[in-house]
Design a protein around this ligand. Sequence first.
Ligand code: PSU
Ligand code: MN
Length: 301
Amino acid sequence: MTYAPILSPEVATAKSEGHALVALESTIITHGMPYPQNLETARRVEAEVRAAGAVPATIAVIDGQLHAGLTDAQLENLAQAQGVSKLSRADLAACMAAGGTGATTVAATMIGAHLAGIKVFATGGIGGVHKGAEDSFDISADLRELSETPVTVVAAGAKAILDLPKTLEVLETYGVPVIAYGQDVFPAFWSAASDLIAPLRMDSAADIAAAHALRAQLGLPGGQLIANPIPAEAEIAKTEIDPIIVQAMAEAGAQGIAGKAVTPFLLQRIFELTEGRSLEANIALVLNNARLAAAIARELG
Ligand code: PSU
Ligand code: MN
C-alpha cells in the first residue's frame, strides 16, 4: 500500500475543503540558512503562501514519519536541531526505517508532496550539475526527480556554484520543461539574468498550470521547473558574489568536501563570506517564489 504522509491540521483541513496547497522544502531550513534566520524565513514563507490564498505544507521526516505540513513547534524544533540528515530520493526510506529525523531536499520534497496530493512546490534554488562534474560526476538527484515526479517546482534558477549550461542540458535530456517566468533569459539565483536563454517562457500562472495539467493528460511523467527571477531590488551584483563563490568552491576542494556535503558546505560559506548580504537576497527570492507558487496552485484548482 502507498504510504500516506502525516498531514498537519491546517493541511488536512485544506485538503478536505479543496483549497490550493503549496509544498515547501526543509533542507533550506536545516542546511541552507543559519539559525535563527532559517526559522524566521520559514515562518515568513509560510505566511506569504497564506497571504497569496494557498496553504503551505512544509515537508520533513520527524521520528521516522514523513510529514506534509508542520506545526509551528515542529518547525522550530527542526530549525534548531543539530545533526539533522539531509534526505534526497536515495536516503528517504532508510531514514524513515531507522526512525530518524531528516530534512527533505528538492527531490525528496517532490516525493513527499506527490504522496500528499500536492502539485506545486516553492523553494529558493535547485540542485544541479556541479562545476567540474566531468571529473566528480556530481549531479544532483533533483534533476532526475523533476523527470519522474509530477510536481511543478518554482525556484529562482540555480546558483553559480553550479554549471548552468550543463544543468540545462541534463534537464533537456530528461525531458524536463524549464520555463522562465516573465522573461526570455534563465535567471541565476542572485541575479535576475544570466547569459543563457531559457528553453521556454511563460507570462502567467494560468499558462503554467495548464501546462502542468496537460503533461499528465499526455501521459508524460515528471514535473516542470519554473525559473522565477529574483525581484530587481534584491539582486546582488555578479561582481560582488562571483569572487565569493570562487573562494567557497576553492575551500571545498582544499578540504576534500564531497558527495552530499558539497552543497550545504558551499551555501554555508557563501552566507558567512557575504556577512548576511546573500541571506537577504535569498529570503526575498524565496518569498517571491512562494507568491508565484500559490498563484499556480490556485489556477490548478
Ligand atoms: N541550492 C540552493 N539552496 C538550497 C539547496 C540547493 O541554492 O537550499 C538545497 C536544496 O534542498 C536542494 C539540495 O535540493 O540543496 C541539493 O543538494 P545536492 O546538490 O546534494 O543534491
Ligand atoms: Mn551532489
